[in-house]
Write a protein that binds this ligand. Sequence first.
Ligand SMILES: *[C@@H]1O[C@H](CO)[C@@H](O)[C@H](O)[C@H]1NC(C)=O
Ligand SMILES: *[C@@H]1O[C@H](CO)[C@@H](O)[C@H](O)[C@H]1NC(C)=O
Ligand SMILES: *[C@@H]1O[C@H](CO)[C@@H](O)[C@H](O)[C@H]1NC(C)=O
Ligand SMILES: *[C@@H]1O[C@H](CO)[C@@H](O)[C@H](O)[C@H]1NC(C)=O
Ligand SMILES: *[C@@H]1O[C@H](CO)[C@@H](O)[C@H](O)[C@H]1NC(C)=O
Ligand SMILES: *[C@@H]1O[C@H](CO)[C@@H](O)[C@H](O)[C@H]1NC(C)=O
Ligand SMILES: *[C@@H]1O[C@H](CO)[C@@H](O)[C@H](O)[C@H]1NC(C)=O
Ligand SMILES: *[C@@H]1O[C@H](CO)[C@@H](O)[C@H](O)[C@H]1NC(C)=O
Ligand SMILES: CC(=O)N[C@H]1CO[C@H](CO)[C@@H](O)[C@@H]1O
Length: 605
Amino acid sequence: MDCTCTTLVLYSTIWSLFFFFSTDSSPVDLLRVNQTIRDGDTIVSANHEFELGFFSPGSSTKRYLGMWFKKKSPGTTVWVANRDAPLNDTSGILMIGNRAVSIFDNATSTIIWSSNFSIFVRNPVAQLLDTGNLVVRDIEEEGDSEHFVWQSFDYIGDTILLGMKLGVDFVRGVEWEHVSWRSADDPSPGSFVHRVDIHGYPQLLLWKNSEVHARSGPWVGKRFSGDPLVKTSTIYINEFFIEQKEIYYKSRVLNQSSTTVATRLILTPNGNLQRLVWNDHKQEWTNYVNAVLGDCDNYGFCGPFSTCDISVAPRCACLRGFSPNRLEKWEAGDWTDGCVHTAPLDCGHGEGFTKYSGVKLPDTRESWYSLSMNLEECRSKCLKNCSCTAYSNTNVEGGGSGCLLWFGGLMDITGFTEYGQDIYVRVPASLSVANATGNFFRDNKIGEGGFGPVYKGSLENGQLIAVKRLSENSKQGLDEFKNEVSLIAKLQHRNLVSLLGYCTEEGERILIYEFMPNKSLDSFIFDKEKSKLADWRKLYDIINGVARGLLYLHQDSKLRIIHRDLKASNVLLDDEMNPKISDFGMARSFGGSQTEANTTRVVGT
Ligand SMILES: *[C@@H]1O[C@H](CO)[C@@H](O)[C@H](O)[C@H]1NC(C)=O
Ligand SMILES: *[C@@H]1O[C@H](CO)[C@@H](O)[C@H](O)[C@H]1NC(C)=O
Ligand SMILES: *[C@@H]1O[C@H](CO)[C@@H](O)[C@H](O)[C@H]1NC(C)=O
Ligand SMILES: *[C@@H]1O[C@H](CO)[C@@H](O)[C@H](O)[C@H]1NC(C)=O
Ligand SMILES: *[C@@H]1O[C@H](CO)[C@@H](O)[C@H](O)[C@H]1NC(C)=O
Ligand SMILES: *[C@@H]1O[C@H](CO)[C@@H](O)[C@H](O)[C@H]1NC(C)=O
Ligand SMILES: *[C@@H]1O[C@H](CO)[C@@H](O)[C@H](O)[C@H]1NC(C)=O
Ligand SMILES: *[C@@H]1O[C@H](CO)[C@@H](O)[C@H](O)[C@H]1NC(C)=O
Ligand SMILES: CC(=O)N[C@H]1CO[C@H](CO)[C@@H](O)[C@@H]1O
């Protein structure tokens, strides 16, 4: 340390003889080894947008080395070097050495601040780039001009400029954090830190000291889940990268040739995040994202397993299938304890999921993700793990992709706008199906098959369904039930009825199909009134459809299936009288090349 100090004094005395900054009328953006910047001198980026030198923030008299806008909004600070090591007077000198960039206090002959280079550099040169990045590179290392041994963009303060990264570099072990000032007069680190959290699926968290203060939610393709900004900016684009070597958020300028861009994302001393854009016409900063913060933006306001909605009172509501953890507190307006499952999860017994649309996805710190899985794979992965409480896509663009699983309490779900995402929350098997059919009301019964009654119901989204509830003493045993489920789930053809879901639980077995308003073919043929309606053309179409369905089963499907129980009552008719084959309890599958097999049981009607 001693050694470094003496050399620095020597440098400064030598170089003070050269009037480096005053000899040339045009400003300089470069600083070479052994050159200095004294208080009063500055360097300016080539495009004249940014300036670097010593300054005093607000009403402070202390001196800091910093960077500010020069052409637009002159004096607006964007970066401070010695944030928590201010100078008391104008005796500071910025120096570039072989190992570090340092601020030397010529009054006390001490280095008050320094920042190491990644490697020893024989001939370093510092340059203030047009982006507002002060970079140091080795002048001898030609070609790779992007190889910086140091850059101010690695040391973010309260301002994020276009091109700055917020996140984690695993290779260098660097974390880029957005840290508020203590006050407008004091750039030392304040109470708020905005960072990319990499526990589970990466998300941006705003911390107040050691507690999560607010959350913009995970990245869902083109923006953060809870980001109200939908209007796409013509100025910049937000990006989020999840890679092996680094995970980061970055905004970059959309039009490289545009020279009029000035925008900054600031974290104010009281924890407000503001995206400001310079308005040349009005000569002022305008708040680009006019996010009105409300109760729902306070992390944990409603506790786990509940949703917060700013447009209703009370703001908090338990998710369906959940009830307040502490009813008295909840009713008194303290929702922080959230909700708990009303009935315990009967893990592995065909639980279902309740879908919520238009929400900000919950905290992902306890989550797992795969960017390649689809929603269906995601659902079954969630079902296989008893501690999985919900799932969703990671990316909502292009119809949705990726898989995100939550474990534990679902915190900070905000019901906000049509711009929110879908999440599927796990609920016990007893819920939802029973509710969908009005708890198996007799009025909703639409038929009675050999194996049990069939009910009409509707899902939350209004879709009509037919629910086949196999009676407990049904002849159709578990094997047939499983048979039906496993076969029909893999089949898809316009002349086969589609299975929407199923559940099994303690002798209760339920199959959920799409609803067929025109019932089965037999009711049609044998009903005198209805049969009059059927002309030959219609019947011909129906026969053709059945044949197409069978052809698919026998030949075209991967499974090669024989139905073994085909009859008029198993041919259902949709609202356009298209026939659909149903009831696969007796069906058998052959291998793709197998055309002959022995059946072991006598079946059929
Ligand atoms: C910088 O100063 C040191 C000490 O005076 C000297 O040894 C070195 O050669 C100088 N570097 C350059 C590039 O002038
Ligand atoms: C500035 O003044 C304060 C109070 O007198 C002192 O503690 C501090 O060390 C000084 N800083 C420098 C860089 O001289
Ligand atoms: C540093 O201080 C010394 C003595 O006070 C002065 O002669 C010298 O010019 C100063 N150096 C700079 C670069 O201001
Ligand atoms: C900077 O370099 C010096 C000397 O090489 C070393 O002692 C110090 O630990 C380094 N500081 C950091 C923060 O790496
Ligand atoms: C980019 O900016 C330049 C200069 O302002 C303009 O001429 C050009 O049309 C812009 N390009 C796009 C794609 O907006
Ligand atoms: C369920 O997921 C959790 C969290 O990822 C994991 O720790 C646990 O091992 C999983 N359990 C099973 C049975 O896969
Ligand atoms: C069941 O349905 C009724 C009426 O449609 C609804 O009010 C209730 O919230 C539903 N219950 C559950 C647990 O979804
Ligand atoms: C069917 O059973 C007969 C008599 O048991 C046997 O000879 C024949 O190989 C079986 N065919 C198939 C495809 O298993
Ligand atoms: C012939 C017949 O009954 N067609 C009906 C099929 O279902 C639709 C939708 O419910 C009705 O509009 C048709 O009248």
